[in-house]
Ligand binder design. Structure first.
Ligand code: PMP
Length: 359
C-alpha cells in the first residue's frame, strides 16, 4: 500500500506519548529482578488462584456487567452505598473515564509534575489542556500552587497519594484546606493506588474525603497490595452521579469473570495480603535506610517504591542496574524509580547505588 494512503487519523495523535510499561528482567542464567513496574512480587494466594481457576470454567459466558458480588462486598467493606462504586479495567481504565466524563476539548486538567504517566496521555487524547504544577523541592505536591492554578476552565484535578513516582503522601489537614479552596464543580480525583503501603498516621484517606464532598473521587486498585496487576481491575468510590457516569463510560463487560472472582477472593483474604504488604514495607525501610547511609537523599516513600533524583545520570544509573540484573524505571534527566520487590533485588540494587553514591 502506498505511503500516505489509509484512514485519516487526527494529527494530534502523533505527538501524544505512548504508555511505556516497566521493562522486564532478562531471562537467562544470571539472577535478575524486575523492580520497574511497582508490582507485588508475591504470587497469588492459593485460595485466590482457586477462585480464578473456577471462574475460568465459565469463559464461554460474558462476565457480570454489574460486578454484583464484588460491589456488594466492597460496599460492606467500606460502608458505602452500592451505587457509589464503579469498576474499570484497572484504575488506568477509570482514569481515562474520569477525563471522559469531566473534560472537553479546551478544558483544563491539573496535576503535579512529574505525574503517574497515564494522566498526561489521557488528558491529551481528550483534547483537554494539561496544567502541570511542579512538585516542591522535597518531592511533594504543591497544593497551594495547584489551587492557585484553578480557572473557570478547570474540570478535573488529579492528586496522587502516595505520589508516583516520589512516594510522598498528602496529609489530611492539607487536603482539607485544599478542597475548601476548590469549587464544587471541579472533580478532584484522589488516586490511592498504593494506599495499603502507607504508614503515616497523618496521611489523608480518600474515602474520608469523599464521604462529605460530592466532587471527590477515591480511586483504588487490586493491582498493587492485592497483587492482581495481571487481571486489570480497579474501582472508584464517588457520589452517585459521578459513579453512574463512570459505569456508563466503562468498556461494557470489560472486567472479566476471573478478575471479579479473584478480587472477591482477595478481599476475603485481606489479612494475609496485608501481612505481605507489611513485609514489603519493612523491605522499603531497609532499602531506604541503606541508601541514606550511602549519602543519597531519598524522599520518605509510603508506597512500594523509592525515588532517586539522579538528573542527567538517570539513564546511566538504570543501565548500570540492568548490567547487574536489576531492572529499574528511569525518567530521562529526572530520576529513577525503584520498586520494592524480592530481597535479592534490594541487595543487588544497593551494590550499584554504592558506586553512584553522591559522596
Ligand atoms: N495510579 C497510579 C498512581 C499508578 O501508579 C498506577 C499503576 N502504575 C495506576 C494508577 C494504575 O494501576 P492499575 O491500572 O493497574 O489499577
Amino acid at each position: 500500500i502506498a505511503e500516505g494512503v489509509g484512514p485519516r487519523l487526527p494529527s494530534v495523535l502523533a505527538g501524544i506519548p505512548t504508555y511505556e510499561p516497566g521493562r522486564p528482567a532478562p531471562v537467562g542464567e544470571r539472577p535478575s529482578w524486575k523492580l520497574s513496574s511497582n508490582e507485588n512480587p508475591y504470587p497469588p494466594l492459593p485460595g485466590v488462584l482457586d477462585a480464578a481457576v473456577a471462574a475460568a470454567g465459565q469463559l464461554n459466558r460474558y462476565p457480570d456487567l454489574t460486578c454484583a458480588a464484588l460491589t456488594r462486598a466492597l460496599a460492606e467493606h467500606w460502608d458505602v452505598p452500592m451505587d457509589h462504586i464503579a469498576f474499570g479495567t484497572g484504575s488506568i481504565g477509570l482514569i481515562q473515564q474520569l477525563v471522559q466524563i469531566s473534560a472537553e476539548s479546551g478544558d483544563e486538567i491539573i496535576y503535579a509534575w512529574r505525574p503517574f504517566e497515564s494522566y498526561p496521555i489521557v488528558a491529551e487524547i481528550s483534547g483537554a489542556r494539561s496544567i502541570q504544577v511542579p512538585l516542591t523541592e522535597d518531592e511533594a505536591h504543591d497544593l497551594d500552587a495547584m489551587a492557585d492554578a484553578v480557572t473557570d476552565r478547570t474540570r478535573l484535578i488529579f492528586l496522587c497519594t502516595p505520589n508516583n513516582p516520589t512516594g510522598r503522601v498528602l496529609h489530611r489537614t492539607d487536603v482539607v484546606r485544599f478542597l475548601d479552596r476548590i469549587p464544587e464543580q471541579v472533580l478532584v480525583v484522589i488516586d490511592e493506588a498504593y494506599v495499603e503501603f502507607v504508614r503515616d498516621p497523618d496521611a489523608v484517606n480518600a474515602l474520608d474525603m469523599y464521604r462529605t464532598r460530592p466532587n471527590v473521587v477515591a480511586l483504588r486498585t487490586f493491582s498493587k497490595a492485592y497483587g492482581l496487576a495481571g487481571l486489570r481491575i480497579g474501582y472508584a468510590v464517588a457520589h452517585e452521579p459521578v459513579a453512574a457516569a463512570l459505569r456508563k463510560t466503562a468498556v461494557a463487560l470489560g472486567v472479566s469473570t476471573i478478575a471479579q472472582s479473584a478480587a472477591l477472593a482477595s478481599l476475603q483474604r485481606e489479612d494475609e495480603l496485608l501481612e505481605r504488604v507489611s513485609r514489603l514495607v519493612a523491605e522499603r525501610s531497609r532499602m531506604r535506610e541503606a541508601l541514606l547511609a550511602q549519602g543519597w537523599s531519598v524522599p520518605d516513600s509510603h508506597a512500594n517504591y523509592l525515588w532517586l533524583r539522579l538528573g542527567e545520570r538517570s539513564d546511566t544509573f538504570a543501565a548500570a542496574c540492568e548490567a547487574a540484573g536489576v531492572m529499574v524505571r528511569p525518567f530521562a534527566c529526572e530520576g529513577v524509580r525503584i520498586s520494592i520487590g524480592e530481597l535479592g533485588g534490594t541487595d543487588a540494587l544497593l551494590r550499584v547505588a554504592q558506586d553512584f553514591a553522591p559522596r
